[in-house]
Write a protein that binds this ligand. Structure first.
Ligand code: MRU
Length: 369
């Protein structure tokens, strides 16, 4: 199978997501959120009826992963617009209220820039429609915002497919890779980022085996990536986080591929805790380390010392599930993301193409053109 002749439109028609983290009900104007806290044992959807519910879902990780929380927030704004349109006829007033909703949604989680990106995209569209008078009622504005949220979700699937195509070129000849956390369809619009090339390989009849670190403390690897790879029938092996170095040392993986929550213009990659350690070991052992992410994950404005790394509940570390594994009052530090310096990153795979070092030159060159 040649990777050179892959036809995007043909693949788009044929590849359907097997995983649906977010389902929009346009009749009832509610968002069905796959409750990822309950996976892999139970597939259950939570009905989000407004921005407060969406905030709850993001903060409490019913939906997680950078692109997915952005999509959820876009629907949160659309739902708010529908509710507000029944209460006010003033376009200026609805815009101001939606801006407040946007500020509120941004507080759900601080690290993934996609959340901010999606909210800004929705609000700028609203501002543009109000200023240009291209809508004549608050109802029309709400409908247009709903259409934009749907478009953000649909386009996310398309760009995940483009990431799959570019990523598979980098993984050509690899028989096994290691990932981190869950950067799959559960974290995006069905295909994911880091897992997208592996799914495309499967579709083309090639098996790439995935080593999945458990990803303590929230266990996204053990609970979500394993589930997703099982659904896709992709060979995989779960490993303890502490086994990451030894697995690479033994030569069991040909490459690493992870997602990202934020990538800076100089190539610093902010991703799930444990990524930095993987990248350093990969560099030491000469194993390629790839990051796969859409344009919406890039933050071209902020510097590394301005990034807020989320710290979560200490009990996530003290317990596994409901089982206490240490003393109940053990002091805990629980940062859930880390920062990988650009020198450890072999290439960044985006929907627009693959970016190589020097990133401070090539990131803006590709993304600002
Ligand atoms: O805390 P999470 O589960 O939201 O963290 C998710 C990650 O770190 C992913 O690697 C990242 O968001 C990319 S998802 C395509």
């Amino acid at each position: 199978m040649s990777l050179r002749n892959l036809d995007f439109e043909d693949l788009k028609r044929k590849i359907k997501p097997k995983i649906q983290p977010l389902i929009w009900d346009s009749t009832r104007k509610v968002l069905h959120v796959l409750d990822q806290r309950k996976l892999p044992h139970c597939v259950e959807y939570y009905e989000a009826r407004g921005p407060e519910d969406v905030h709850y879902c993001i903060k409490n990780m019913l939906v997680r992963g950078a692109p997915a929380i952005g999509i959820a927030a876009a629907y949160g704004i659309a739902m708010a617009a529908h509710t507000l349109s029944a209460r006010t006829t003033s376009l200026e007033e609805i815009y101001l209220k939606l801006s407040e909703v946007g500020q509120f949604l941004k507080t759900a989680r601080p690290t993934a820039v996609n959340l901010e990106w999606a909210i800004t995209t929705m609000l700028e569209h609203a501002r543009g429609m109000v200023d240009s008078k291209s809508v004549s009622s608050t109802r029309e504005l709400a409908e247009a915002l709903e259409r934009l949220a749907v478009k953000i979700q649909e386009e996310e699937f398309e760009l995940e497919l483009k990431i799959a195509i570019h990523g598979l070129e980098k993984l050509e000849g690899c028989s096994s890779v290691m990932t981190q956390c869950n950067a799959g369809g559960l974290a995006g619009a069905g295909l994911g980022t880091a897992l997208a090339p592996i799914k495309l390989a499967k579709y083309l009849g090639m098996d790439i085996k995935v080593y999945v670190p458990e990803t303590r403390p929230w266990l996204q690897g053990a609970r979500l990536t394993v589930y997703e790879l099982r659904v896709e029938n992709i060979p995989h092996v779960l490993i303890a986080d502490t086994a990451v170095g030894y697995v690479m040392y033994k030569g069991l993986v040909d490459a690493l591929i992870v997602g990202a929550d934020r990538i800076l213009r100089d190539g610093h990659v902010i991703n799930k805790i444990g990524t930095f350690k993987q990248a350093v070991i990969a560099h030491e052992l000469g194993v390629p380390f790839y990051v796969a992410a859409p344009k919406s994950t890039f933050d071209l404005k902020r510097r590394v010392n301005e990034i807020v790394i989320e710290e979560r509940d200490p009990d996530e570390v003290r317990k596994i599930g409901n089982v206490l594994i240490t003393l109940p009052d053990t002091p805990v530090y629980n940062p859930v993301f880390d920062i990988t310096p650009p020198r450890y990153v072999t290439a960044i795979i985006t929907e627009l193409g693959v970016i190589y070092p020097p990133y401070h030159v090539n990131v803006p060159r590709l993304l600002e053109r």
